[in-house]
Write a protein that binds this ligand. Sequence first.
Ligand code: DGL
Length: 209
Amino acid sequence: MVTVGVFDSGVGGLSVLRALRAELPQVHFVYLADNAYAPYGEQAADAVIARAHQLTKQLRTEHKVQALVVACNTATAIAIDDLRKTHPDLPFIGVEPALKPAATLSRSGHIGVLATRGTMQSARFTHLLGAVRGAADRPLHIRCQPCDGLADAIERADAQAVLERAAHHLEQLRRQDADRPAIDTLVLGCTHYPFARETLQSLCGPEVV
Ligand code: DGL
């Protein structure tokens, strides 16, 4: 049986694992929730890279994984290139904020992105933004909001903190280009955020996808 490793800073990657298991029931998955070092999103890039190397080593040595899913936007953005260089024999699959589907889905071209500070400060994210804007056949207005504290509140299952953080960051997003029309599409660019989907949807209103 094929063994595939999956890791995230905590529960966020479980949203990815659920989809993987539904798609690939014959694969044996080993999931590593790195709660001890969570959240990744507000840490220095060097620390995230070092941690990603340590987890990869552990999954290879202890579980003999044959592929590794980096079920974390932050770790993908910051560390996946380095991991691929160090382990050319191991396939790495990463995740990135879903800007491409959002660009297709949005009717108005006004899109919001929520992600961690680490993801948004990465060269990989800047490149993705440029590529999506460059490939679009109409102007896209993409507002990006780093969400300090949101993944941590979700990790702690603190519903009140999730609501406060989500409301704060959505308000900040709204204030960007306040004279432009509101967004009609919101990208949840961190694997933790789908666990706050209901809260985010109720704050945004039903017209936002
Ligand atoms: N779940 C992670 C992501 O997709 C990181 C959350 C965190 O640890 O800050 O970015």
